[in-house]
Design a binder for this molecule. Sequence first.
Ligand code: 13P
Ligand code: SF4
Length: 319
Amino acid sequence: STQRTALKARAAELLKARGAVLVAHYYVDGDLQDLALETGGCVADSLEMARFGRDHAAQTLIVAGVRFMGESAKILSPEKRVLMPDLDATCSLDLGCPADEFSAFCDAHPDRTVVVYANTSAAVKARADWMVTSSCALEIVSELKARGEKILWAPDRHLGRYIQEQTGADMLMWNGACIVHDEFKGLELDLLREQHPDAMILVHPESPKSVVEKAHVVGSTSALIKAVVEGTAKEYIVATDNGILHRMRQLAPGKTLIEAPTAGNSATCKSCAHCPWMAMNGLQGVIDCLEQGSGEIGVEEATRLKAQGCITRMLDFTA
Ligand code: 13P
Ligand code: SF4
């Protein structure tokens, strides 16, 4: 831990010296979240990360999260240098939606408005009309439905189903899932809530239906944090990546946070609900970015120009 303190101080010094800003997601290591906040950066959900990176004056963005987050930052700010602690940090949703297959799916349904989740590659976004994140998907799909548009949705089937149920929109779905949220289990959650009858249940919409239907609040990472801060309950069962508990504890120190059950965490594994790709981000990676210029994100210009449209449309709609 003295080593961690030293690494953190070194990273802070380098961020300042290089005029760089750290943009972190709530699922990354707590030290990185703290570092971001202590140095004028942000800890945020994916929508806020995109907006923050675009609007910040710094010419170097260090994006601590997974690859699509770095790509979105680069797509919105091609003139900035965007660096990531580990370029191998991907996402099962992105991996499960290859651009060529997705493109063929779009070609087969030319009458549909293409709406993709943020958790996709730049090449997939280049085929889309709209990008959405979990914090604005409901709002945007409701609007599209009101306009009479039929939707082609990719890639998260759980988020897609939730949005479909809430809005009644006509949605043709890609069959992808987040490996972290897909593990939350409805039956085990029932048992847990019997032990904690007054607990408020907070669920990220990438979770299965059996879990979402028991939620008091369904929302993006930022929405779930807000629910803990503002909630009147003493106990909260949290069904999302447990990296989020760091910020929840800081902002709501008096409240009891309980991790929602996954298939494994009762017996073998205490914290299955943590994304292996988010976990690749560390202080040393941030230092390497700043000292060596490692982890630079590049997006080919033709793809970038096409992908920019769907992200900008979302940012304008939610402004
Ligand atoms: P949000 O932070 O937008 O809720 O997204 C969660 C996520 O999937 C990041 O991996
Ligand atoms: Fe992707 Fe799930 Fe990891 Fe988020 S938590 S980056 S959705 S695999």
